[in-house]
Design a binder for this molecule. Structure first.
Ligand code: GAR
Length: 192
C-alpha cells in the first residue's frame, strides 16, 4: 500500500454524494498531529451534496462532476488527482460505481466505508435488509476498493447490536456513529 515518507501526510481525496458526516470526521482526524493523512480534495458527483459545505468551512478544494458521462467525469477527476498529487482516495457515502480503469490507475489506494458487515449486504438498503432478515447484529466495514462491488480486502469491521425497537433509520444512526470511529482506525491500520 501507500507508504509514509518522512513525516509528510499522505495527500488524500474524499469522494462524497450526500451529507458528508464521514467526510467531516475524516477532516477532523486528518488535523490530528499524528494522523497519516491530509485531506486536500473533496469530490462530489452532485452539487446538491450537503457535505460540500465542508470545503468552505475547512478551506479544502472541491470539485463536482455529474457522472452523467462517467468516462468524462473519471478522466477529469484523474487529471485533477494527479495534478494535486493525491495518493489516497477515501469513498465516504459516494454513490457512484467507479470503473475498472479508474480503479486500476489507483490500485490499492482507494478505500470505502460500507454500512454492513461485508460480505453480507453488498449494495444498497443494508439496514432494511438486516431488519427484514431479523438479524441480531449489523455493522460497518472499511475495505479496499476493487472492480467487484463491495468485495475488496476488508481492513476493519465493527458490529452493532440490533434491538427489537430498531427501524432502518435508528439502525442507520447507530451504525453511522460507529463508522465515525472505524474509518480513522482503518486508515491508521493501513499505514502501520
Ligand atoms: C454512510 O452510512 C456510508 O457507510 C454509506 O452512506 C452513508 C454516508 O453518510 N455508504 C454507502 O452506502 C456506500 N455504498 P455520510 O454522507 O454522512 O458520511
Amino acid at each position: 500500500m501507500v507508504k509514509l515518507t518522512g513525516f509528510k501526510k499522505v495527500k488524500t481525496a474524499v469522494f462524497i454524494s450526500g451529507t458528508g458526516s464521514n467526510l467531516k470526521n475524516l477532516i477532523r482526524f486528518s488535523k490530528i498531529k499524528n494522523s497519516p493523512i491530509s485531506i486536500d480534495l473533496i469530490f462530489s458527483n452532485t452539487i446538491k451534496a450537503k457535505g460540500l459545505r465542508f470545503s468552505d468551512q475547512f478551506n479544502i478544494k472541491q470539485y463536482v462532476s455529474s457522472f452523467k458521462d462517467s468516462k468524462v467525469s473519471e478522466a477529469k477527476i484523474l487529471n485533477l488527482l494527479n495534478k494535486e498529487n493525491i495518493k489516497l482516495i477515501c469513498l465516504a457515502g459516494f454513490m457512484k460505481i467507479l470503473s475498472k480503469n479508474f480503479i486500476k490507475d489507483f490500485s490499492g489506494k482507494i478505500v470505502n466505508i460500507h454500512p454492513s458487515l461485508l460480505p453480507k449486504y453488498k449494495g444498497l438498503d443494508t439496514h432494511i435488509k438486516a431488519i427484514q432478515n431479523k438479524d441480531e447484529v449489523a455493522g460497518c466495514t472499511v475495505h479496499f476498493v476493487t472492480a467487484k462491488l463491495d468485495s475488496g480486502k476488508i481492513i476493519l469491521q465493527k458490529e452493532v447490536k440490533i434491538s427489537e425497537k430498531d427501524t432502518p433509520t435508528s439502525l442507520a444512526k447507530k451504525v453511522l456513529r460507529q463508522e465515525h470511529r472505524l474509518y480513522p482506525a482503518a486508515i491508521k491500520k493501513i499505514f502501520n
